[in-house]
Structures are given as structure tokens and as C-alpha cells.
Design a binder for this molecule. Structure first.
Ligand code: FHN
Length: 573
């Protein structure tokens, strides 16, 4: 390679210096025009599920070199087998993917329910799958002589699925990456310009190989600006920089799913077996059930799933991948509403599965079907208007009720879908979920806000405009808060409430378990004139998880009270 066979790319001077906001702006608030980032991310947040394609010369050896199986991921064979550049180049005339069919690939992705495709334009080995004017080390040097990116992009535009480019900053082939980085940097930008000008609208630039010592976050910021100077609506991943939260538009956890959401846009990329690039002897395929559960787990935490296929040197996507994608597509065809465009749920955990959300709707993904036909949703405070199976076209209502354990939904005896049955809960107003267990404040006191209450009964409910539990007209209705008692002790019980004259006098109990205290509601002047009253002192055993509850003792004249908060304040000995 040193010069004779593939001449070096000749870059050209191009300096674009634009300062980018280092941290992505906050998401658009209600009633404000979306920020530029929210605007360009809108399709990506809707999409939730994409296809990663790792394809290149490495598909030829397919994990075997000189008769020896090479450990590790297939696309790294040049490194793992320590193949010299000129020896690796002998793969070029062997790469002739005559069975490559862009229409088949794109149709497979669409039928799988995938909304975007990310193809390796150039991986670390430096080989370009498109006809680049800046190097001869590309697809036109192979017997195939067709621009793969062009065929795939054209088919994606035809089938209305976003086409995106993976591009490696690290380049094992180009001598200037190590010897003369400024020169290589120009080639890098020149080739990126080719990728962003020759193939129509591109959804994402998915950078990689950013860990090289010659790369830094400032170069990343400038490269992102350079890309957006060509395609302003382009989405760019955080590997354009150094995988920091403030680099690019989204985080890129790889082969893992964060325990919780990342608090900003993120996408897990994952292989279906153990390798990104094709290997003949990697049969470690994840079952479809596992892949679907991963998709739902990721989306329930606010992420996207970029699932990889590694086509063969002939241009075929391996049959085990095809089978899994078809099965995932069948499930998504019936349940896609619970994935696309959904957001995360605030449930800390659900014993039977996951939850995704849309305004006014919870999609309960039941992996483990309740044997007794009672699906319990702990911590849901919203009033349920209707429950039904998502896959049930008639949306037959399922009975629901509130109990101490949470919202109970009567479901069919057997799970309609063995992998993931989605039960939809339509709720009144915003989705309210009891916050995680409350712990003590610095002074050892505990505060229990109306917004965090778990209400029980058909009347009592949280009124966000008044920040209170209101409409408490049924004496059987009550409210509860889960919390963690740090230590046993005596506490003053203080209630902040409002009650108009004429409806005062209701008696109530408040406390934990059998440690209760009784109180009587006094008039405060109106339903919105709140005052804090000390009801008395209770002694609580502890430490440990506890449930504070407040209940009416008798039918109220009109309503028990508008309850804004309860406090437990350590009593002075
Ligand atoms: O080194 C690459 C690897 O080959 C593969 O492309 C993955 C996919 O995200 N990225 C890098 C490892 O983080």
C-alpha cells in the first residue's frame, strides 16, 4: 500500500470554524417554538428503532485468517490478526457482493419496524463503500464497481426510511492519520462532504473511532458545525467528540442498556450475536424474545435501539438475523403504538415488565403474565379512564380498580402475547406516579406532598392547579405515601390544608400502620386558604420502609378537606 497501489487521497483546504453550543439546549417547553435541536431530533425520538449495518472488506475473511479463527469482533480482524496494510489490501479484489440487493435490505428493515438505517461508509480499516474522489481504496477498486451507498440511499429515499452514515475517524489504512494528522483531517472532512452532498438528505452522521489521541472535543465541535453547514438538520452522535453528554445530539451506550435513562437523548447499539462484522463461526444469536425485551426496556427508559446486522461478503444478511427481524416486525406491527414516539415512565420498577408513555396513556408491557389474572400497577396515582389490550382492535374495556397494592386490572387468564402483551391505560389528565420512597430531610423531618400521594377511591384526586388533594367527598377514599423511616422516634404530625366554613368538622386519622392519631378539620376560610395545623404526636417504630396514610372517619358535610401536605417533625423530648 505504501504508495504504489492506492494513491493517497489529496485533501483540500477547508476551514469552517463555527462555535456550537457545547451543551444541548433544554428541550422546548410547552407553547414555545421547538429549539433547533428539538426540531431536528423530532423524527429520531419518534423512530425509536433502527438498523445498524457493519459491512466491508472484513466480511471476506469473516473471522478467519490463514485458516485460523480470530477472536473478537469481525470488523477488527485487521487489528486482531495483525494483518499488515498491504496484505489486508489483497481483500479488495475478493470483495464482490453480487447478491447485494438494496431493495431487499431496506424492505427487511421496514418490515422489522425499523425507521432508520446506519451503514458503515468507512470503518476503521479505511475502506470506503462509496465511490470517493479522495481515494482509490474504495468500492470502485473491487470487481463490484457499484456505489453501495448510492444504491442504499436511493432505496431508502424511495421507501421513506432515513439513511444514515457511520464513519470512523480512526483510519488504520491512511498513513497520514498517524504521520500527518492535519492532512488526514482534510481528507476526513472532504470525504464527509462527499457523504453529505452526494446521497440526498442524511438522517444521522454516526461517528466512531474518536478515541484516537489526535482527536479532541474541539475538533468534534468543529466537525459537527462543518456537517451542519452542509445539512443543517443533520443529527450527530456524541462520538463526533469524545462521547461526552455535551458532544453531539445523543449518547451512544454500546452493547449495554443503562440501568435508568440518561436524562438526555441516547441510543443503545447492539449486535444480534457477538460481532458487528460478519463472522462465519459466531452463532451466538440472541433470541427474538430477548431482542424485543431489550427494545422495550430501552424505550421505557427514553432511548433508541440501533440493532446490528453484519452482511456476508456476497451481500446477504445472515438468515438468523432475517428471522429475528421478521419476528420483531410482526410484534411491532401489532404493538408499535407502544414504542414509536413514546417516552419513558417514572415507575422505579415494575415486577412484571416495563411501561412506555404518551400523553394521557400508559403502555404496560407485560413480560410476566399474572397467574391470577390481576395485573397490579403500584404507585399509579392517575385516575384510569379505560384499560384495554393494545392488540385488541375492539379495545374491549378491562375492569380496573384501586386497592392498597395499587391499580388492579383484570386481564385474560392467559397472556395473549407470550413475549410482551401490551395493556393500555388511558388516564385523566397528566400521568401521576408516586415518587420513589421519600427519605428524611436534613432536620430529620419528612414531607409528604399531595403530588406524591397515592390516592385510593373514586373521588379524591390531585388537583395540580391548587397543588392539593381535593374532591375528597367520599369518606371511604384515602391517601398514602410510601417512605423510608430512617429511625424510630416520636413525631409531631402537621397537616397543611384548606376547608371552607360550613364543611369543617370532619374527623380523620393519620399515621403509620397502627400508630395513628385522630384529628378534626377546622375551617380555614375557603377551599384555597391553606393553613398548617399540628394534629398531635405519634411514635413510630423503625427504621425501614413505611406507609403513611390519612383516612376520613365519617362522611363529610361536603368534602373532608383540601390536603396540600403532611409533615412528620421530630418531637422535642
Ligand atoms: O470499534 C468499533 C466497533 O468495531 C463497532 O463499530 C462499534 C459499534 O458501535 N463501535 C466501535 C467500538 O466502540
Amino acid at each position: 500500500m505504501r504508495g504504489q497501489r492506492f494513491n493517497r487521497a489529496v485533501g483540500w483546504a477547508m476551514a469552517v470554524v463555527v462555535s456550537l453550543a457545547s451543551a444541548p439546549p433544554a428541550r422546548a417547553e410547552e407553547n414555545k417554538p421547538p429549539s433547533p435541536r428539538d426540531r431536528r431530533m423530532a423524527w429520531w425520538r419518534e423512530a425509536r428503532f433502527g438498523m445498524f449495518i457493519h459491512w466491508g472488506l472484513y466480511a471476506v475473511p469473516a473471522g478467519v485468517w490463514k485458516g485460523k479463527k480470530i477472536n473478537g469482533i469481525g470488523e477488527w480482524i485487521m487489528d486482531r490478526a495483525k494483518i499488515p496494510v498491504d496484505e489486508y489490501e489483497t481483500l479488495v479484489p475478493k470483495f464482490n457482493p453480487v447478491r447485494f440487493d438494496a431493495k431487499k435490505w431496506v424492505s427487511l428493515a421496514k418490515k422489522a419496524g425499523m425507521k432508520y438505517i446506519v451503514l458503515t461508509s468507512k470503518h476503521h480499516d479505511g475502506f470506503c463503500l462509496w465511490d470517493s474522489k479522495l481515494t482509490d481504496y474504495d468500492i470502485m477498486a473491487t470487481p463490484f464497481k457499484r456505489d453501495i451507498l448510492k444504491e442504499l440511499a436511493d432505496e431508502c429515499h424511495r421507501q421513506k426510511i432515513r439513511i444514515c452514515w457511520y464513519h470512523s475517524i480512526m483510519d488504520w489504512h491512511h498513513p497520514d492519520q498517524k504521520a500527518n494528522f492535519p492532512k488526514y483531517h482534510e481528507v476526513l472532512k472532504g470525504q464527509i462532504r462527499e457523504l453529505l452532498t452526494g446521497y440526498g438528505t442524511i438522517g444521522v452522521m454516526w461517528f466512531d473511532g474518536e478515541w484516537i489521541k489526535q482527536w479532541d472535543r474541539e475538533k468534534g465541535r468543529q466537525l459537527a458545525a462543518f456537517c451542519r453547514s452542509i445539512q443543517p438538520e443533520l443529527v450527530i452522535n456524541n462520538r463526533v467528540g469524545k462521547r461526552h453528554r455535551a458532544d453531539g445530539d445523543f449518547g451512544t451506550p454500546e452493547q449495554r442498556i443503562p440501568a435508568k435513562g440518561l436524562g438526555y437523548d441516547w441510543e443503545t447499539c447492539m449486535t444480534m450475536n457477538g460481532t458487528w462484522g460478519f463472522k462465519t463461526h459466531d452463532h451466538n444469536w440472541k433470541p427474538t424474545k430477548d431482542l424485543l425485551h431489550k427494545l422495550v426496556d430501552i424505550v421505557s427508559k427514553g432511548g433508541n435501539f440501533l440493532l446490528n446486522v453484519g452482511p456476508t461478503a456476497e451481500g446477504l444478511i445472515p438468515e438468523p438475523s432475517v428471522q429475528r427481524l421478521r419476528e420483531m416486525g410482526t410484534w411491532l406491527a401489532a404493538n408499535g403504538e407502544s414504542v414509536y414516539g413514546t417516552g419513558p415512565s417514572a415507575f422505579q420498577r415494575l415486577p412484571w415488565g416495563r411501561c412506555t408513555t404518551k400523553p394521557g396513556k400508559l403502555y404496560l408491557h407485560v413480560f410476566n403474565w399474572p397467574a391470577d389474572g390481576k395485573l397490579i400497577v403500584p404507585g399509579l396515582r392517575s385516575e384510569v379512564k379505560k384499560a384495554y389490550l393494545l392488540a385488541d382492535g375492539k379495545r374491549t374495556a378491562l375492569p380496573t380498580r384501586r386497592t392498597d397494592a395499587g391499580t388492579v386490572i383484570d386481564v385474560p387468564a392467559a397472556a395473549p402475547d407470550a413475549i410482551d402483551t401490551v395493556v393500555v391505560l388511558e388516564v385523566a389528565g397528566t400521568i401521576e406516579i408516586a415518587a420513589a420512597l421519600t427519605g428524611p430531610r436534613a432536620d430529620g423531618s419528612y414531607a409528604f406532598a399531595a403530588a406524591a400521594a397515592e390516592t385510593h377511591g373514586g373521588t379524591i384526586r390531585f388537583e395540580s392547579d391548587k397543588n392539593t388533594l381535593g374532591f375528597w367527598t367520599n369518606a371511604k377514599d384515602w391517601a398514602r405515601w410510601d417512605f423510608k423511616l430512617a429511625k424510630a422516634g416520636a413525631f409531631e404530625v402537621r397537616l397543611t390544608y384548606a376547608c371552607e366554613a360550613g364543611s369543617d368538622g370532619s374527623t380523620f386519622t393519620v399515621g403509620v400502620g397502627k400508630d395513628l392519631i385522630e384529628g378534626k378539620v377546622e375551617a380555614t376560610g375557603s377551599w384555597t386558604k391553606f393553613t398548617t395545623k399540628t394534629v398531635g404526636t405519634i411514635r413510630l417504630a423503625g427504621p425501614g420502609p413505611a406507609k403513611l396514610s390519612v383516612r376520613a372517619k365519617a362522611k363529610p358535610k361536603l368534602a373532608v378537606m383540601n390536603l396540600r401536605s403532611i409533615e412528620l417533625v421530630p418531637a422535642k423530648d
